[in-house]
Every structure is written in structure tokens, then in C-alpha cells.
Design a binder for this molecule. Structure first.
Ligand code: BTN
Length: 263
């Protein structure tokens, strides 16, 4: 991704207000959170070629090998209306990534609730939205997105809880990370004004993985099984239990897996 600084103008034209490109860093989310505390404006972006201790959901790690994957974190300064639905920003990332993969490479991605993107049932992208608060005031949201682009970005399967893939494997050709970055940024700014709208929910639900299938939601000390119905306006997952009752699970400390699957 050595061409990122040269394409700063293109990113600016898509809505990026400040860019930090790092050859190597611990975590672009950490960098973006620090930058936000130092006053980074809405639309500031951190991109790294290599990430040595990237953070995933549920305290997992997300390491990015040089030259193979996209690790990006976008600083957002939510408006009051956005702040009232800040829990949807990870979904915004998932919708933007799926749109980018469809439009750019004709792929058929799905969104594994709450915020993974799958290609052919395997994880290609993880999203981690983190908030920065001052008391009860939301100061910023950092939207971190990690995408496996080349085969060397895919961790060995025995290290994974869920099978993984990369864009190049699905597309069957070489893919430029700069193009992945630009397409995702473009879609983030296209979809951001629609956050929480019926159109946004429809875009999310249309790609929802395991719809109509039985899944298990694993929560700390508690699991539930049900059939995936849809994502609700707050970003929760509606499940139909075996007794016919509908239960909504909120995103958070949860993990979804196909029912009957030990992973
Ligand atoms: C997950 O699947 O658990 C979420 C993974 C999120 C990884 C991305 S890579 C860019 C950004 N920086 C981080 O430290 N994490 C996110």
C-alpha cells in the first residue's frame, strides 16, 4: 500500500479530512482513538500497512501482515441524531464493506451479525466500532475495519473460531488494497446519512447471513438458540425460538455460530 500517500487527494475527494498512513503500528483503532482525543476532525483516517496487535471483538487479536490486508480506522464525530443510534456504526461499516465488494468485484458478501463480513460463508472482514466519551457525552466513534485482501492475510484455520478467506480468493484475481480502501470509504460516506433509516436496515437485512437458519448466540454464561429473522432498528438480532416466541439479542459481548456447530 505504498501508494496510499499519493492517493490522499482521491481519499479527500471522497470525504476524508485527514490521513495518517503508517508502515507499521500496534492498532489503528488505538491510533485513531488517541488522535480523536487530540482533536482529530470528523473524517480523519488512519491506515496501516502492518498491524502487530490489532484489536478484535471479544478481546481477540487482529494481526495484519504487511502488504496483504487492509487495516483502517475512521474517526467520526457523531451528530446528536447519530449519537442517539451510535450502536449502528458497526452495521454501517458492514453495509459499506458489502456494497464495496459487490460493486467493485461483483462478489456476493453476507453480513454475519453483529458485524463480520463473509464471502462464501467464510470471514473476509471484521469490524470494531469503539466510542470515546467525556462523561456521558459521546465525543467520537472510531470505526475500525480489517479486510483480508491477499491469501497471506488469512490466518491458519486452526487458529480461527470461524473459517476465513480473502477477497483475492473469491474474486480469482489480484486486488489492489488502495481500491478496496477507496471503495469502502466511498460507501461509508454514501450510507452514513441513511444510518438507522428503513433503507439502511433493508441493505443490512438483505445480506444477513443465516437468515431462516438456526443459530446459537453465545453470551457470557448464557446461550440461546433460535432461527435468524432480521436485524431490528436498534441493531439487535431478532430470533424465533423453538416455542415460537421472538427474542431480540443486543450486540455486545456476544458471538453467533451456526446451531449444532462446535466452533
Ligand atoms: C473482529 O472481527 O473481531 C473485529 C476485527 C477488527 C480489526 C480491525 S483492523 C483495523 C482496526 N484496528 C484494530 O485494532 N482493529 C480494527
Amino acid at each position: 500500500m505504498s501508494n496510499v500517500p499519493a492517493d490522499a487527494e482521491r481519499l479527500k475527494s471522497l470525504g476524508i479530512t485527514g490521513l495518517r498512513f503508517l508502515e507499521e503500528t500496534g492498532s489503528t483503532n488505538d491510533d485513531a482513538l488517541v488522535w480523536a482525543e487530540q482533536g482529530a476532525a470528523d473524517g480523519c483516517l488512519v491506515v496501516a500497512d502492518a498491524q502487530t496487535r490489532g484489536r478484535g471483538r471479544l478481546d481477540r487479536r487482529w494481526v495484519t501482515a504487511p502488504g496483504a490486508a487492509l487495516a483502517m480506522s475512521l474517526v467520526l464525530r457523531p451528530s446528536p441524531a447519530e449519537a442517539a443510534q451510535a450502536g449502528l456504526f458497526a452495521g454501517l461499516g458492514a453495509v459499506a464493506v458489502t456494497e464495496a465488494l459487490e460493486q467493485g468485484w461483483g462478489l456476493k458478501p453476507q453480513i454475519k451479525w453483529p458485524n463480520d463480513v463473509l464471502l462464501g460463508g467464510q470471514k473476509v472482514c471484521g469490524i470494531l466500532a469503539e466510542a470515546s466519551w467525556s462523561g456521558s457525552q459521546l465525543q467520537a466513534v472510531v470505526l475500525g475495519i480489517g479486510v483480508n485482501v491477499a491469501p497471506s492475510s488469512v490466518p491458519p484455520q486452526d487458529e480461527l473460531l470461524f473459517p476465513a478467506t480473502c477477497i483475492e480468493a473469491a474474486a480469482g484475481r489480484t486486488v489492489e488494497r488502495q481500491e478496496v480502501l477507496e471503495r469502502i470509504v466511498e460507501q461509508l460516506f454514501v450510507w452514513r446519512p441513511a444510518l438507522g433509516s428503513a433503507e439502511f436496515l433493508e441493505a443490512w437485512n438483505r445480506r444477513l447471513a443465516f437468515r431462516g437458519e438456526a443459530v446459537q448466540i453465545v453470551m457470557p454464561g448464557y446461550n440461546i438458540t433460535g432461527e435468524v429473522m432480521e436485524v431490528d432498528p436498534a441493531g439487535g438480532l431478532r430470533l424465533r425460538r423453538r416455542d415460537g416466541n421472538v427474542e431480540t439479542v443486543l450486540a455486545g459481548d456476544v458471538h453467533l455460530r451456526p446451531a449444532g456447530n462446535g466452533r
